[in-house]
Design a protein around this ligand. Structure first.
Ligand SMILES: [Zn+2]
Length: 155
């Protein structure tokens, strides 16, 4: 599904690489985990589910930076090995069509709206949230665990 008026923003490669270095150095807040289910370990860099047996790094990521009322740091996974950053930024990631909640933020990182895309098209939920002129970006999160998955910006 091509998107017309928004773009997918996967985790920057630099953040994934920094996490891999920190895990290798034994940082206490970076855990190496072996995926043991097909839909439990979403890599925020390639925007794919890590497959059972693949190693991932679990670490805290500040999706909303410090210094704001809605500042938020939470756990995310990236593949422990090198993976290719999601590049089809004009296509909604197929692996995450289900189970996502979408939060709209204004330019000052205030959460101004939120919606769950159940069976419906996640793209239409995103487009509806972005119709609000105050919305600067939308974050996709796990509807069950709440973890940040990826960002969406206007095209
Ligand atoms: Zn990956």
């Amino acid at each position: 599904m091509k998107t017309s008026n928004f773009r997918i923003v996967p985790l920057p490669t630099e953040v994934a690489e920094t996490a891999r270095r920190a895990a290798k150095a034994g940082a206490a807040d970076h855990a190496i985990v072996v995926a043991d289910s097909p839909h439990g370990y979403p890599c925020r860099h390639c925007l794919c589910w890590a497959q059972p047996g693949e190693r991932v790094i679990l670490f805290p990521y500040a999706s909303i930076p410090a210094g704001h009322p809605y500042s938020e740091t939470g756990p995310i996974f990236v593949h422990a090995g090198t993976c290719q950053r999601y590049s089809a930024t004009d296509e909604y990631p197929a692996d995450f069509r289900n189970g996502r909640a979408f939060r709209a933020y204004d330019e000052n990182y205030n959460m101004i709206d939120a919606e769950v895309a159940n069976e419906s098209e996640p793209g239409s939920v995103i487009e509806r949230l972005l119709q609000n002129p105050e919305a600067a970006f939308v974050d996709a999160r796990s509807v069950t665990r709440g973890c940040f998955t990826f960002r969406i910006q206007r095209a």
